[in-house]
Design a protein around this ligand. Structure first.
Ligand SMILES: O=C(O)CCC(=O)C(=O)O
Length: 244
């Protein structure tokens, strides 16, 4: 379904920093790309195991971040340029859009660990900010299996200080009284949020993996905020609001 962003959704994004777009893809439309993502995720996890289990924030059998999937697989690249994404991103960001970053995030049943509160801008500072994160559920993301939570309104705080921790950068305490709102996302639906929106994901207490594909789109010509240099090799997605 090619989604039209409604006035209510746009207002929610402006005020709360996020909204959910339901039923963007049918299971059949996601089938091939989900298989290809699974294969690349499996290879990444095997590599992790071979080198001791951990690399950066990826931990085998717990949580894996498998990055640059579209850059490795033509079919995933074509998926990221689908008309659904062209329409969503140009309605929100403007006419000229690049794919900035893409990664699968799989959480295995592990019981106890959250992925901590952060802003995506906290990991790498880029300009112009914010860019847009589309968190696409490959299977149903629920409070039980570790769906994301967001802190409404937090995108208006600018890019805040992040502290390192063994499980990822942290910008907000997980024992603060306001733990935001959980955002369950059914398979084929997506959470749409700004790169400045504080978000986290809960522990996976279910018996199966939780699988997401996180796709981030920016204005064309995104720059490194520290050096001002244009980031190389970004995949063009739209020009003049048309598929690039
Ligand atoms: O999907 C998750 O568990 C967390 C992913 C996330 O926060 C991110 O990719 O920025």
């Amino acid at each position: 379904m090619i989604p039209t962003i409604t006035a209510e959704q746009r207002q929610k994004l402006d005020e709360d920093g996020f909204f959910v777009l339901n039923n963007v893809f049918t299971p059949a439309e996601m089938d091939e790309v989900a298989q290809r993502i699974e294969n690349l995720q499996r290879q990444h996890e095997e590599q992790l195991r071979a080198q001791g289990g951990t690399q950066g924030i990826s931990r085998a059998d717990e949580i894996t971040f498998t990055s640059h999937l579209a850059e490795q697989d033509e079919s995933i690249k074509a998926f990221c340029a689908r008309p659904e994404f062209v329409t969503i991103t140009t309605q929100i960001l403007g006419p000229d859009i690049d794919l900035y970053w893409n990664q699968s995030v799989f959480k295995q049943p592990e019981g106890t660990k959250e992925f901590p509160w952060h802003q995506d801008d906290g990991y790498t500072a880029v300009e112009p900010s914010p860019y847009l994160t589309l968190w696409l559920a490959l299977n149903d993301a629920t409070p039980e299996n570790g769906c994301i939570s967001v802190l409404p309104g937090s995108h208006t705080r600018g890019v805040v200080l992040h502290q390192p921790s063994p499980i990822g950068l942290v910008c907000y305490p997980n024992d603060a009284p306001d733990q935001g709102v959980r955002v369950p996302v059914p398979a084929g639906s997506m959470a749409v949020f700004w790169s400045r929106t504080f978000h986290k994901s809960g522990p996976n207490r279910s018996s199966g993996p939780r699988k997401a594909y996180v796709i981030q789109y920016s204005h064309a010509g995104l720059r490194d905020a520290a050096t001002g240099a244009t980031l190389p090799d970004k995949i063009p997605v739209a020009r003049g609001s048309q598929p690039a």
